[in-house]
Write a protein that binds this ligand. Sequence first.
Ligand code: G3H
Ligand code: 13P
Ligand code: ZN
Length: 334
Amino acid sequence: MVNYKDLGLVNTREMFAKAVDGGYAIPAFNFNNMEQLQAIIMAAVETKSPVILQISKGARQYANQTLLRYMAEGAVAYAKELGCEHPEIVLHLDHGDSFELCKNCIEMGFSSVMIDGSALPYDENVALTRKVVDFAHKYDVTVEGELGVLAGVEDEVAAEESHYTKPEEVIDFVTKTGVDSLAISIGTSHGAYKFTPEQCTVDPKTGRLVPPPLAFDVLEAIEKKLPGFPIVLHGSSSVPQEDVDTINKYGGALKAAVGIPEEQLRKAAKSAVCKINIDSDSRLAMTAAIRKTLAEKPAEFDPRKYLGPARDHMKELYIHKIVNVLGSNGKLSH
Ligand code: G3H
Ligand code: 13P
Ligand code: ZN
């Protein structure tokens, strides 16, 4: 049993309480490789922001769970080396789909886990989530549950249509399960194709697709039922059109990729939403930078020469999200 506290990691409890009170959100960035991790830590240190490092089931399969765990431990040391005396870094399992997976992660040093029972019938979601909470809380590991279904198809996380969270269920769910935070569905979805062109309108000035707004009425109804309770937004990439354009310019084929406008995320971050999940934007930033470098320097074959610019570009993206969207800059306790 590895205790996350021995690795210098923290759970989400205090971080979320402060974020709800302060009207900002903690960034939860997914990582699968060293360059993403370096960029996340550099951005968090430069902006003095707490940060959640998320590992999905797919990331564990891709990069190896042991390696990822040591990378997260290394991230704490790296943050200190970069000059942050008291980094606040959470190692979080994203979309855990079984008790065994959550237990395994907790035993390997994760400080927070998500058990995603949102596709199950309500009572089964409650029972599974309760089981994970009972185990996790023995080790002071925090647990995120989910109610409502996000639309979108992206690797392991798939759902045909979205079902908004029902505000009338949230008190019962939180009470029966004992979760520390709740992921909700209010119109976001995973991946770079969050809306079909038919769901969007066209901005006459730019010709860009404008997606329908998030269901802030549902969010407000949930907040009324659970005052001060930490709420999580998944599927919160904004799909920057500059990166989509760069990818397409240099040989890519991303058609009609549309994300959540940043002003809507800014509004959500000021509410009880205290954790905002971003993965696709980092993938787009990395891909755009790599495609550009390889297209402009076709003779280059040293990976550092294209992964380096990709890392720089992701770091810029993370800093932008922290400072201009989530507002978690300068929010470290020490
Ligand atoms: O919510 C899902 C994350 O973007 C992780 O995606 O399963 O492809 O690693 P993944
Ligand atoms: P995006 O695909 O919008 O980045 O969402 C990521 C996410 O929700 C990870 O759990
Ligand atoms: Zn998600």
